[in-house]
Design a protein around this ligand. Structure first.
Ligand code: HDE
Length: 705
């Protein structure tokens, strides 16, 4: 929401937004009041007995002000505490009536309002965004048949198979109990101790050690429902379904060194990126896809569909696109909306149902339970962001914070209230939730199914599917994380587990830790799934919203910069000129270039690409500025496209870029030089579209592949 635009005047004002209008509060007069509406003429000085005397209890404004402040905080989420949210809408491409009777999936193009919250898992509310972690991707669809929540992550699998292990897992990954360290990181003993003893976590660890765990943007990561859910059509026929969100801009990540620097340069890196993109009208867009499996094929796979540590490889069951989601409005109040939004896996609508996945079954208990403490009682669904747009008509009454003046009685059956609310749907098939009729039989047993026992095949599948640089990054991540573990026993046990994934992986990790390479398991297979590699997950977003820095100083070739900038902005990139001071720099030909940011306030990690212009005097100034040289050095090392004009090449040499890229051949590695602004701009645009160049000389650690 661009501040100042009244919501009601926006063309995309939807049912949810109209409902929120009723709750939006902007001061109607400029006079300050108490909570009771009594006007206050001084909120700077407490009432006191004499100018230097004691404060008086009688000062109800002072007491009310302090008391309200004292109660401003609520418990943060036990996991996923840090997040950022946005509103938008979802629309299906075609009717899905064949598989599901869900009303919002029946009509092509019909818009359903949504609220999405992205999050990290481990860190507290105030932790940095660019930590190595899973990202939450939770979507609330405000459908006409009630709220449907798809509470997913950016990885398609999870650490554990049974929700009863969730408290153990979370206690292990969170900060350690004695000293509350580390914040926003899994690189510590308790996490790796747990994982090394819980081999079902191995597949998920592969994702966590990959660059998927450090997304460039919430706008550039996939989302997954993780569990196998069930579609149910009007005839009551069920179909297994897995949900996938695919970002239009492609799947892009940071690199680990960059992510760590960004955590300091801008701890709000991902949050700010989402906010700014929406404010600028660059609305994030995702396609929803489904993998559908007929009920009779439940046992057709070599893994169990109910096991949340497994994917269905896309080559086995293709993902069918079914609709798209656009996020086009920022919340207006972080606490009221993003903090108070309450997701729940059991918020389903007719046509979408559960399976017996033991992780999902536990979640269906946990989410409602956690909101009761976090949001202070059972009426949290009345909070504006959580309110369905469907009518709500229950016999639930009272409780903390009740907002509704309910009329009449609250029991069923009744005759005194005309029998209302009555059972819905007598004789009607649609609009009523009826649980899927699955035959169930069994003895009460506390066991894990035999079909859940293979913990390594898909971890191997993931490893085999990675490109050389992705493998190198995974090895480096394992080395980093285990290198922070104090216990030798834990390190050794973890490396021994990795020998079941692949000998190259366990050998390289062992070498980094100074351990002997363990014997690789004999059972390791060589299958791969190309859909898992980020190399194959480019989007069609071109260079839209990519941030390009221009290093500038007096004497710069302004005409050249303007020409390249023109081409980049035409493609939708955001170009910023950085110089030692804000204001402007003078060009060699007396033209003037406005400086957008002072170099000392920024850093290369806040940009996707770099333009180093020429101009003898300008280049000399930049050569003398360590921040500029560092900017170039980091941009290269983080794989970012670099375009350079004429004398600017001296800066590349000063940043110690390898000689191999300081010539025409550098273009293959995203280092583009030339005096024709047009040619350079064209090559630069193609390079930025590719996001990163990870095979540059000097970047691939030979020991890690
Ligand atoms: Fe969650 N999870 N989780 N989780 N989860 C929570 O609910 C839980 C799991 C996910 O932006 C909590 O409201 C259990 C898988 C997201 O508000 C809590 C298990 C996936 C969010 C909870 C899991 C998720 C949560 C904490 C079984 C991906 C943030 C606060 C092992 C499919 C939602 C809250 C938001 C939040 C429990 C596992 C995703 C405690 C018991 C698997 C995106 O209820």
């Amino acid at each position: 929401m661009t501040s100042g635009t009244p919501h009601s005047q926006r063309p995309d004002h939807d049912d949810k937004d109209r409902q929120l209008d009723g709750f939006r509060a902007a001061p109607e007069s400029d006079a300050l009041t108490t909570d009771q509406g009594v006007r206050v003429d001084d909120t700077d000085n407490a009432l006191r007995a004499g100018a230097r005397g004691p404060t008086l209890l009688e000062d109800f404004h002072n007491r009310e002000k302090l008391t309200h402040f004292d109660h401003e905080r609520i418990p943060e989420r036990v996991v996923h505490a840090r997040g950022a949210g946005a509103y938008g809408h979802f629309e299906p491409y075609e009717s899905l009536a064949e598989y599901t009777c869900a009303d919002f999936l029946q009509e092509p193009g019909r818009r359903t309002p949504v609220f999405v919250r992205f999050s990290t898992v481990q860190g507290p509310r105030g932790s940095a965004d660019t930590v190595r972690d899973v990202r939450g991707f939770a979507t609330k669809f405000y459908t006409r048949e009630g709220n449907y929540d798809l509470v997913g992550n950016n990885f398609p699998v999870f650490f554990i198979q049974d929700a009863i292990k969730f408290p153990d897992f979370v206690h292990a990954v969170k900060m350690e109990p004695h000293n509350e360290m580390p914040t926003g990181a899994s690189a510590h003993d308790t996490f790796w101790d747990f994982c090394s003893l819980q081999p079902e976590s191995t597949h998920m660890l592969m994702w966590l050690m990959s660059d998927r765990a450090i997304p460039r943007s919430f706008r550039m990561m996939q989302g997954f429902g993780v569990h196998t859910f069930r579609f149910v059509n009007a005839a009551g026929r069920g179909t297994f379904v897995k949900f996938h969100w695919k970002p239009l801009l492609g799947v892009n990540s940071l690199v680990w060194d960059e992510a760590q620097i960004a955590a300091g340069r801008d701890p709000d890196f991902n949050r700010r990126d989402l906010w700014e993109a929406i404010e600028a009208g660059n609305y994030p867009e995702y396609e929803l896809g489904v993998q559908l499996v007929a009920e009779e094929d439940e046992d057709a796979f070599e893994f169990d569909l109910l096991d949340a540590t497994k994917i269905i490889p896309e080559e086995q069951v293709p993902v069918q696109p079914i609709g798209r989601m656009v996020l086009d409005r920022n919340p207006q109040n972080f606490f009221a909306e993003t903090e108070q939004v309450a997701f729940h896996t059991a918020n389903v609508v007719p046509g979408i149902d559960f399976t017996n996945d033991p992780l999902l079954q536990g979640r269906n208990f946990s989410y409602l339970d956690t909101q009761l403490i976090r949001l202070g009682g059972p009426n949290f669904s009345q909070l504006p962001v959580n309110r369905p747009i469907a009518d709500v008509n229950t016999n639930h009454r009272d409780g903390y914070g009740q907002q509704v003046i309910q009329q009449g009685n609250s029991y069923f059956p009744n005759s005194l209230s005309g029998g209302c609310p009555a059972h819905a749907g007598a004789g009607e098939a649609s609009g009523v939730f009826r649980h899927y009729q699955q035959p169930v039989a069994g003895e009460k047993v506390r066991v894990r199914s035999e079909s859940f026992k293979d913990h390594y095949s898909q971890a191997t599948l993931f490893w085999n599917s990675m490109s050389d640089w992705e493998k190198a990054h995974i090895v480096e991540a394992f080395r980093f994380e285990l290198g922070k573990v104090g216990s030798d026993e834990v390190r050794e046990r973890m490396v021994a587990n990795l020998a079941n994934v692949h000998g190259d992986l366990s050998g390289a990790v062992a070498a980094g830790l100074g351990l002997p390479a363990p014997q690789a398991a004999a059972t390791i297979h060589s299958f791969s799934s190309p859909a898992l590699s980020q190399e194959n997950l480019g989007g069609d977003g071109g260079i839209r919203t990519r941030k390009v820095a221009v290093l500038a100083a007096d004497g710069i070739d302004v005409e050249y910069v303007e020409a390249v900038r023109g081409r980049l902005t035409e493609g939708g990139a955001v170009v910023e000129v950085l110089a030692a001071n804000e204001g402007s720099v003078r060009g060699s030909d007396s033209a003037v270039l406005t400086v957008d940011r002072a170099l000392p306030t920024m850093g290369s990690v806040l940009y996707d690409a770099l333009l180093v212009p020429g101009g003898k005097q300008a280049v000399q100034t930049l050569l003398d500025d360590p921040a500029a040289v560092r900017f170039v050095e980091e941009s290269y090392r983080h794989g970012k496209p670099i375009a350079v004009q004429g004398e600017g090449e001296q800066l590349l040499a000063a940043a110690r870029l390898p000689a191999e890229v300081l010539n025409a051949a550098g273009a293959e590695q995203g280092v583009i030089s030339g005096d024709s602004a047009q040619d350079v701009a064209d090559a630069f645009v193609s390079a930025i579209e590719r996001h990163r160049f990870m095979r540059r000389p000097g970047l691939l650690n030979p020991g890690a592949v």
